[in-house]
Design a protein. Structure first.
Lengths: 104, 367
């Protein structure tokens, strides 16, 4: 049953940046785009088990810190080798300064 | 011994599975603690430095080739073609590397354009070599996993020395091109190139072979070596510097470790060498944080130097260590360079007894 979890404070994420969120042993990554919209994906790269939160956010792209694989974090789309599998995305909402992520 | 050695380093051999079983494949590596804010600054992309360096690189090749052509038939052409050859056959290696990581430029098409050009010059398929290098970063110097180990234990000295003039790599490159053009991969490539990527490999090989055939036909047609001196030839007569630089990266250092300070060198170089090598002399830094563009690596070096053994002061200093170490490894495959960390540095990340830099067979160690 999907549920909304309080992931982090909205101010915890700088514009054009990402923070890690753990819930029930699962890693998520929460992003704040340059236009102050929040997004969430799985925490690990789909290529190898590398945390995306250590990577670089450029616009709406997250680049994995290990092999420079890139995803569009708004859609989860893999943008080319070495990432060939899309990363899973999750709905988000912001209420009273808190970012919520809907997790399964 | 040669056959055993090749079997150990073969990605299609038993050491691959042994490394996986031993937890050395896709493992967690040591990284110095750098504050996120600072890392974001260092990772930030910009086109300026790479555009400047690429204009200089291509511009110098055009100028030197132009003068060489004008002086063709005279010995005065030799130094100009030598300079052209080093820019083509050596500097292309670092451009292949940096653009392959996607960190040189912030604009993707620029990165891709330089990558494709450099791949052609250094004779490495753009797709297969991207995956090969990805594996090199995942499993750096893990025996049976890393396809880019240059100095094995014992080293293949004839190959190493011959490659100062591409004598091994170039024939292998053409053989591999022929295999790709026929719609196949080598057994090693099949270990790391995904199925969906393979058609690109085959298409590139067919285009490249057509270019080389055209250059050879032009040479025959005009009765002149000039077309081959300009295209392909520099991978032979101008490639020695990329080997000089490349061997400093890992030769003689630890294998099967999970800390780049145990298997990688940082070497100080002058401005000319750093231009040709695009700052890859900061190699510990690059492996620890591959996201940092080449032009920010000197700053990253300052950021983490407290955790690292001192950088080698020169190429000469590095080779004073590399040559004896590689020669000793001909007889003693346990020997490897292990450097002392400065006081206060984070200790080496050595999670298991097999991760200590020795070249012991994993099949024995993990038994």
């Amino acid at each position: 049953m999907p549920q909304w979890i309080a992931a982090c404070a909205a101010d915890d994420v700088d514009p054009e940046d990402v923070v890690p969120v753990d819930h029930d042993g699962h890693a998520y990554a929460v992003y704040r785009s340059p236009d102050d919209t929040y997004f969430a994906t799985d925490g690990h790269c789909t290529h190898e088990r590398e945390l995306l939160c250590d990577g670089l956010v450029m616009g709406t792209t997250i680049e994995c810190p290990k092999h420079n694989g890139r995803f569009d974090y708004t859609s989860g789309a893999a943008l080319g080798a070495p990432v060939l599998v899309d990363v899973r995305t999750y709905p988000t909402k912001v209420e009273d300064g808190t970012v919520y992520v809907e997790v399964p | 011994m040669g056959r055993e050695r090749l079997a150990r380093y073969d990605l299609a051999g038993p050491e691959n599975r042994a490394a996986v079983d031993a937890g050395l494949a896709g493992a967690t590596w040591f990284r110095s603690d750098v504050p996120r804010k600072r890392m974001k600054e260092l990772m930030r992309r910009t086109d300026g430095p790479a555009i400047r360096d690429t204009v200089l690189w291509v511009g110098l090749m055009v100028v030197f080739a132009g003068i060489g052509i004008a002086l063709w038939g005279s010995w005065w052409a030799v130094p100009f073609f030598l300079a052209y050859g080093v820019l083509y056959g050596s500097a292309s290696d670092s451009r292949w590397h940096e653009a392959g990581h996607g960190t040189a430029f912030t604009t993707r098409w620029m990165d891709e354009a330089v990558y494709q050009l450099a791949c052609f010059m250094i004779m490495r398929d753009p797709t297969a070599s991207r995956w090969s290098h990805t594996r090199h970063h995942t499993d750096t110097l893990v025996v049976g996993r890393d396809p880019e180990i240059q100095a094995m234990r014992p080293a293949r000295l004839v190959k190493l020395l011959g490659n100062f003039f591409g004598l091994y790599d170039v024939p292998v490159a053409f053989r591999t091109m022929a295999i790709h053009a026929a719609g196949r991969l080598t057994a090693e490539e099949a270990d790391y190139v995904p199925e969906s990527e393979r058609p690109k490999v085959y298409r590139t090989a067919r285009i490249w072979l057509a270019i080389y055939v055209a250059a050879a036909a032009a040479a025959i047609g005009f009765g002149s070596w000039l077309p081959l001196v300009l295209i392909g030839g520099p991978r032979v007569y101008g490639t020695f510097m990329h080997v000089v630089y490349g061997l400093t990266q890992h030769a003689g250092m630890g294998e099967n470790v999970l800390d780049h300070r145990l298997n990688t060198r940082t070497v100080r170089m002058n401005a000319v060498n750093r231009f040709l090598y695009w700052n890859m002399n900061f190699h510990v830094e690059h492996h620890m944080f591959p996201m940092v563009p080449y032009h920010r690596l000197p700053e990253l070096h300052e950021e983490i130097r407290h955790d690292c053994a001192p950088a080698y002061p020169s190429l000469w200093a590095a080779y004073r260590e590399i040559v004896p170490a590689v020669l000793r490894q001909l007889k003693d495959q346990d020997h490897h360079v292990r450097r002392e960390l400065p006081p206060g540095a984070a200790p080496f990340h050595v999670p298991s007894e097999i991760s200590d830099g020795r070249a012991r067979a994993l099949t024995t160690a993990s038994a």
